[in-house]
Design a protein around this ligand. Sequence first.
Ligand code: DAT
Ligand code: MG
Length: 150
Amino acid sequence: MSSERTYIMIKPDGVQRGLVGEIIKRFEQKGFKLVAMKLWAPPREFMENHYADLSSKGFFAGLIEYMVSGPVCSMVWEGAGAVAAGRVMLGATKPSDSATGSIRGDFCIEVGRNICHGSDTVENANKEIELWFPDGVTEWDSCQKAWIYE
Ligand code: DAT
Ligand code: MG
C-alpha cells in the first residue's frame, strides 16, 4: 500500500461557512487516512511563502488578504494516489469549471473564494507538508486498511 500524502487546507471561507465537517467527511469516506490536522491563523509572511509561486500574479495581494482573513484548517491525508484524487475531489481551480460532485463544484461560485486548497504534485505535497507540519505527522494503523486495499 502506498503512503502517498497530500496537503489539504480548508480556506477561511470554508471554515467560516461551516464546511470543515463536510470536507473531512468526503476524505474519510473515500478511504483516505487523516495523519495531521490543525486549525490556526498563520502570519501573513507564512501564507506568502505557501503561495510564493504565484507572487507575480495580479491577484496575489487579494489572495493573501483573503487567506489571512480568518483561520484555516490544515490537514494531511494519506493513501494510494492521494494527491491526484485530492485534486479531483476538490474540483477545478475556478468553481465555474468544477464538476458537480466535487467540493468546489458543490459549494462555491468564485475563484477568489474557492474554499479549499490541495497539493498539485507529489513533490509539492511533500514540500507543503514540511512547511505546514514541520514537526511531522502522526503515524497510525487504520483498522479499515484491509477493507479498502486488496
Ligand atoms: P489551485 O488552488 O487549484 O491549486 P492555483 O495554485 O493556480 O490553483 O491558485 C491558487 C489560488 O489562487 C486559487 O485556489 C485561487 C487563487 N487564484 C488562482 N487563479 C486566480 C485568478 N485568475 N483570479 C483570482 N484568484 C485566483
Ligand atoms: Mg495550487
